[in-house]
Design a protein around this ligand. Structure first.
Ligand code: NAD
Length: 299
């Protein structure tokens, strides 16, 4: 790390993937000492190039004032937080921030386990995609005790705009619900855009009309113009990760006694696309899939 950066905190960062890698870089640029760990060796190389300190186990990364997790899901988060070396390394009064899109019920359970050892858990999932992670413009949905959240606000503010949603688990809940809405919008937007084009409408004209009308959404304002129409399908957010979030949201709805009728239907449609497409497919690929012959007609 450069000598001019006077680090105020040692931050452990576990999960240096498409989101975690640019986020860790912003924390380094913000003057913190970042101990980063990922299972992928190339992620550690990128961290070193950005001025961070790569370490070779989650336990080494957990010896920090604050530990940030940006991992695929609750199963991985739970495995990391129950790892013996991590448990041994986490100091009393340290703060773990789970920025992954995890399951709110499991987050609450983990918070209880950590609290028994005097460790605080804050959930802080994000929206804004890889672009938001690179530019420090993420929307961050924060759950946790107000006093603990206040302590990590300066760290979160380096990454975007944190909004406290409530107590622990609240961030993960609102994030999953947001993505269920987002996925459902993207599906119906894609059906409308494809139908309109087959009717002979110009897609740019359609988007311009929708964006000035009540059909607008993140899909008409961002996903279709930036990732679908240009043909890149490169938002950086995986289809399987979106499906995971949708399942978290429908399970949450059911757990509180709400029947997610449209949500369940959306999960089924997205599951079919996920079965057909490559495991690494971007979530915006569903637009191409809906328009392709792979989409079963007569559904
Ligand atoms: P990713 O697959 O690119 O990164 C996950 C990283 O975790 C990988 O580098 C992987 O090697 C690492 N990893 C997995 N298990 C590990 C372990 N046990 N120890 C250490 N490292 C491990 O995924 P991503 O797109 O960066 O997403 C991360 C999280 O952020 C997910 O929960 C996702 O739902 C959420 N999210 C992603 C986006 C996006 O646009 N990509 C947007 C918002 C939220």
């Amino acid at each position: 790390m450069s000598e001019s950066a006077a680090p105020s905190l040692t931050i452990g960062f576990i999960g240096l993937g498409r989101m975690g890698s640019p986020m860790a870089r912003l924390l380094i640029d913000g003057g913190h000492r970042v101990l980063g760990f990922d299972l992928a060796p190339e992620a550690l190389t990128h961290l070193a190039e950005a001025g961070g300190t790569p370490v070779h186990s989650a336990g080494e990364a957990a010896a920090a004032d604050v530990v940030v997790l940006m991992l695929p899901d609750s199963t991985v988060v739970t495995a990391v937080l129950r790892d013996h070396d991590v448990v041994a390394a986490l100091a009393a009064d340290s703060i773990v921030i789970d920025m992954s899109s995890s399951e709110p019920m499991r987050t609450r359970e983990l918070a209880g386990e950590l609290a028994e050892r005097g460790i605080h858990l804050v959930d802080a999932p994000v929206s804004g995609g890889v672009r938001g992670a690179e530019t420090g413009k993420l929307t961050i949905m924060v759950g946790g005790e107000a006093g603990i959240v206040a302590r990590v606000m300066p760290v979160l503010e380096l990454l975007g705009r944190p909004v406290r949603a409530g107590d622990v688990g609240a961030g993960h809940a609102v994030k999953a619900l947001n993505n269920l809405m987002s996925a459902t919008h993207l599906w119906v937007t894609s059906e409308a855009m494809i139908a309109g084009q087959k009717f002979g409408l110009d897609p740019e004209v359609m988007l311009s009309v929708f964006n000035g009308s009540s059909g607008r959404s993140g899909s008409t304002e961002n996903k279709w113009p930036n990732f679908v129409l240009p043909g890149g399908y490169d938002s950086g957010f995986g289809l399987r990760l979106m499906l995971k979030d949708m399942l978290i949201a429908t399970a949450l709805a059911r757990a509180v006694g709400v029947e997610p009728a449209l949500g369940d239907e959306a999960v089924q449609l997205w599951s079919r696309a996920a079965d057909d497409l490559e495991p690494t497919a971007d979530h915006t690929e569903v637009a191409r899939w809906i328009g392709s012959s792979a989409h079963p007609s007569g559904h």
